[in-house]
Design a protein. Structure first.
Length: 290
């Protein structure tokens, strides 16, 4: 039997093959619950995914659902860091700047993203932020003189081969008592278990690392030496057109053509709805005050 790699999170050898998704082997760790892609993607595969087209507007980019999502994230941030002048927040993996655009009135916001193309677009949309939006690796030491009150990792860690080293580097950039906020798919959500390889987030090699409540807890306490202040599962906002597209793709028998046609009323496809999938988890990790 070929040997499997250790769990990238807790280093346990108790990993088992649970799924194969388009030739990518997915392993689950019996000790911490972490689910990982077994084989590191090649640079060519990553370029194919994250080329300049990755952040190009898609027909599913819907400003109203994005606004609602940013609003939810801003409300979560506000529970831990009071808005105000000199309250510094880094959006790590800021993409084209949706969240910084939303948070800049309340906080002194900074953003970093690996994609120079995305950062150019984020700057175009937020010219007043200028040098506070930079292209670079998330774990690199951009803004070396700033200690952040909060660092946000929205839908980022599932994309990372080594989320631990990135999170550790970012914890170092927090002021004592600062918070790391993150959102990531919940691999232990019932819908994830039921859908298996057809789960909407099960998209290797774009997504490489999947967390459960237990593996997030292990990350926060054991690896980052912080405290897990909150870990909640939620659904997501999506427009009706996107939901129909997903249902048709995953389970076409649930969505006969006649039903799809009936939903093609002007405006309805763009109507934002809350989909209570419970497969997105929001976690808040606090750095010790001293
Ligand atoms: Zn593990």
């Amino acid at each position: 039997m070929p040997t499997l790699p250790r769990c990238r999170l807790c280093q346990s050898e108790a990993v088992a093959l649970v799924l194969t998704v388009r030739s990518h082997r997915m392993l689950r760790c019996a000790d911490c619950g972490f689910v990982q892609v077994a084989d590191r993607p090649s640079d060519a595969e990553l370029v194919a995914i994250y080329g300049d087209g990755y952040f190009a507007p898609s027909k599913y980019r819907d400003e109203s659902t994005l606004r609602a999502e940013s609003q939810r994230r801003l409300a979560l941030l506000g529970r831990y860091v009071q808005p105000g002048e000199g309250r510094r927040v880094l959006d790590a993996g800021c993409a084209i700047g949706d969240f910084v655009s939303h948070a800049k009135a309340d906080y002194e916001v900074f953003g970093v993203d690996l994609s120079a193309h995305a950062v150019d677009e984020a700057r175009r949309r937020n010219p007043e932020l200028g040098d506070r939006l930079r292209a670079g690796r998330l774990e690199s030491l951009e803004f070396p003189d700033v200690a952040f009150d909060a660092i946000c990792l929205w839908d980022v860690i599932e994309h990372l081969w080594d989320p631990v080293s990135v999170c550790r580097a970012l914890m170092d950039r927090l002021r004592p008592g600062g918070v790391l906020l993150l959102s990531t798919p919940a691999a232990d959500a019932p819908i994830a278990r039921i859908m298996g390889r057809f789960w909407a987030f099960m998209t290797p090699p774009e997504h490489l690392s999947f967390f459960t409540r237990r593996s997030l807890d292990f990350l926060a306490r054991d690896l980052l030496r912080g405290s897990l202040l909150s870990c909640r599962r939620m659904g997501k906002r999506a427009n009706v057109g996107f939901v129909l597209y997903k249902i048709r793709r995953i389970a076409p028998f649930l969505m006969p053509e006649a039903v799809v046609r009936s939903f093609r009323w002007p405006g309805l496809a763009r109507l934002a709805v809350y989909v209570p999938t419970g497969d997105v988890q929001y976690a808040v990790v606090k750095k010790p005050p001293v």
